[in-house]
Write a protein that binds this ligand. Sequence first.
Ligand SMILES: *Cc1c(COP(=O)(O)O)cnc(C)c1O
Length: 366
Amino acid sequence: MPRVNPTVVELPASIPFVAPEESERELGQLFKARLGANEGNFGPSPLAVEAMVTAASAHAWKYGDPTGFDLRLALSERLAVAPETIVLGAGIDNLLGLIVRIFSDAGDPIVSSLGAYPTFNYHVTGFGRRLVTVPYASFHEDLDGLSEAVHETSAPIVYLSNPDNPMGTWWSAAAMVGFAQSLPETTLLVLDEAYAETAPDDAIAAIGALPDNVIRMRTFSKAYGLAGLRCGYAIGSADVIGQFNKVRDHFGINVMAQKAALAALQDDDYLAATLDNIADARERIAAIGQANGLSPVESATNFVTLETDRDGAFAMALTKALMTSQVFVRKPMAPGLDHCIRVSAGRPDELDWFEEVLPTAIGQCY
Ligand SMILES: *Cc1c(COP(=O)(O)O)cnc(C)c1O
């Protein structure tokens, strides 16, 4: 047996993310409603599809442009920032790992919320850093608590998603500016804006409104419907963004992803139509929940978290009963949140099926 890095030896062998495909294999049936991973169920822009079809023969044999020049230029024009302040990654998940590696050392404390987006935690423990968590307050990530924890531990990184996953709640841009200003200048705020497009305008601070110790994460996986391609980006100061070039995988954003994302960015009409579809789906999920005794949490994302009036065991049983009924959903796991289930903004046919099987699934859990 070759020697394994001691940090890796200590990590659990299990894969923390059970894919819906894995559940389908276990259950021996396909899902009719894929509502568990907050994907873009309405699909990508036809322009993005066309770009991929063209790229399949014309470009797939090439390595992608390691600088991602065209896509970064388009993003920089859209956001009115310099291209040097944007770095591309194979999804936000890829960039989160690089952030932990670049902006902290082995053993450092890193602050996040208890029950927040788990992939960040996966990288924190994977690189041998120490996770410090702060409980949610009223289904929101607790800004004062997070800031206190940073000051108490001198953490070099604090992670926050706004709007939040798994609760769908959000803070205003003004609150985010206040939070960033409350942190030491030496602490990096990783502001995960995976749901920036679905959020109300006043939840997303203007570019430039946040101090230089903030890095903002965006993705083509959610509203743009391209999760499988793996394309995301981060926006920050040129000094912060410049560090990535020292360690990132320069050919990691594949050529199809670069072409498709660029095309998707050009199709504002399609994005607007998708955002309408997502808003309709959110309303419908809330209504279906209410009709079945589940209370919707107001959401700024492409999912709705539904509160059961029971406990975590009940919500887990309901998740399983829905899976058996060919509906893929997930649930928050942290205490105080774990009595909820999380339902992604699916297509109307998927929500029809969810609506049909939900009463029976609930009945099976008592
Ligand atoms: C879905 C999600 C991501 C993943 O984004 P990718 O670009 O697909 O890696 C990151 N952060 C949050 C909060 C998410 O909900």
